[in-house]
Ligand binder design. Structure first.
Ligand code: MF3
Ligand code: CO
Length: 264
């Protein structure tokens, strides 16, 4: 078992910058989610904002087996859980939910965050799915305290999600993040309190509940990337990169104001 990297002052400063960029890009994309917009439109806006903010997409060219991810953003609609490939054929309509997952590389460090945006109006059940998934993220983050264990994050998320009648995806997990997109530890959204590695100061953790309205089973489409809920029901995804400190968890993926000198 490889150990969880601890970031020093410099690493933390660099993570702060990378995560701020990831959050700013995500923040710019949210208001673009409207009826008639294609997921390719969102991809192009994301690609351009990543470049303007002096970063690179950590998704573009990301290798999994023999495949390379072909886009700068992951955009997953409705029953798509994660890793949806943007397409000019995918036109958004009222009632859709759109998960935007933005991972950027900035000065050697990676910031990772995701948010599910509804194309209003959505059904009450879907509204609840988004609210519960978002709250599950907050509840998971609250567990990222020094002396707790990774399983405390997992268990808190699972308990809350299942108490609300939804299910947590098992096939994908949260993760440490830093100089690479996936560092130890794995952070499942299900598990037992008191298990897993102990949380220490200076860890940077991507906590990311993926919650299905129906059953937790997923499958991967023939494009080799898009993960969908096997029962075809909607799925939501929220993610923050969090720094563990003696003063408690600190969310790093918070946007700053886009500097005026950045021309649009
Ligand atoms: N946030 C996703 C993850 O942690 C981003 C994947 S990028 C892709 O797996 F290239 F795999 F699509
Ligand atoms: Co992630």
């Amino acid at each position: 078992m490889s150990s969880i990297p601890i970031k020093d002052r410099n690493g933390i400063a660099k993570m702060r910058e990378a995560c701020a960029v990831a959050a700013m890009v995500l923040d710019q994309l949210k208001p673009l989610v409207r009826p008639g917009v294609t997921t390719q439109d969102l991809e192009e806006a994301g690609r351009d904002w990543i470049a303007r903010l002096g970063a690179r997409s950590a998704c573009y060219g990301y290798q999994h087996g023999s495949r390379r991810y072909p886009a700068h953003t992951c955009i997953s609609v409705n029953d798509e859980v994660v890793h949806g490939i943007p397409s000019f054929r995918r036109v958004l309509r009222e009632g859709d939910i759109v998960s935007l997952d933005i991972v950027v590389w900035h000065e050697g460090y990676i910031g990772d965050n995701a948010f599910t945006v509804p194309v209003l109006p959505v059904s009450p059940a879907v509204e609840k799915l988004l609210r519960v998934t978002r709250e599950a993220l907050d509840i998971g983050i609250k567990q990222a305290q020094i002396g707790h264990r990774i399983g405390d994050i997992s268990a808190a998320i699972q308990t809350f999600v299942e108490a609300n009648g939804f299910s947590v995806v098992r096939d994908m997990v949260g993760h440490g993040v830093g100089v690479s997109m996936h560092e130890p530890p794995e952070i499942p959204n299900f598990g037992k309190r008191g298990t897993g590695d102990k949380i220490k100061p200076g860890m940077t953790l991507a906590i990311e509940p993926m919650v299905n309205l129906g059953a937790y089973k997923t499958k991967t489409l023939s494009d080799g990337w898009t993960v969908v809920a096997a029962d075809g029901l909607p799925s939501a995804h929220y993610e923050h990169t969090v720094l563990t400190t003696d003063r408690g968890p600190e969310i790093l993926t918070v946007p700053r104001t886009v500097p005026a000198q950045v021309s649009v």
